[in-house]
Design a protein around this ligand. Structure first.
Ligand code: HEC
Length: 108
């Protein structure tokens, strides 16, 4: 008799557990890229024209090159990868990239 009561209790207990799948964390975590572009003239131009394809950290991890080289890189983005870069924004982009690469915390 006591065994039967236990079975009923167990059956009730198992009915209690919801069949729904519950995720511990429902929030979606995007790849970790906490790096933000440092303040500086031309920052908006880079955000508007470059960060659609490159993360800020990618932009900051480039080897240090001259302004002329940056100009040619931007040209390459346009020609080769069809980046919709506004011609008027190119000098600002070049200035900004040279600027961030001259910051003390920039990679040599
Ligand atoms: C339409 C997408 C797109 C946009 C917008 C874009 N790029 Fe690129 N970029 C690429 C691709 C694709 C590569 C080659 C693969 C890679 O290195 O990720 C690349 C590579 C690079 C590289 C690596 C070095 C090299 O010469 O290949 C640099 C630096 C770079 N981009 C800078 C920029 C800058 C600065 C801008 C803004 C003016 C920009 N990109 C905008 C697609 C883009």
């Amino acid at each position: 008799m006591r065994a039967a009561a236990l079975i009923v209790a167990l059956a009730l207990a198992s009915c209690d557990s919801s069949p729904e799948i519950v995720f511990k964390d429902a929030s979606l975590t995007l790849p970790d890229d906490p790096v933000d572009l440092p303040e500086g003239p031309g920052r908006d131009a880079v955000i508007e024209n470059c960060t659609a394809c490159h993360s800020p950290s990618t932009m900051l991890q480039q080897p240090k090159v001259s302004a002329e080289k940056w100009e040619s890189i931007v040209g390459k983005m346009k020609k080769l990868y069809k980046a919709p870069v506004d011609d008027a924004a190119v000098p600002a982009i070049v200035d900004y990239m040279v600027h961030v690469q001259s910051l003390p915390e920039a990679k040599p």
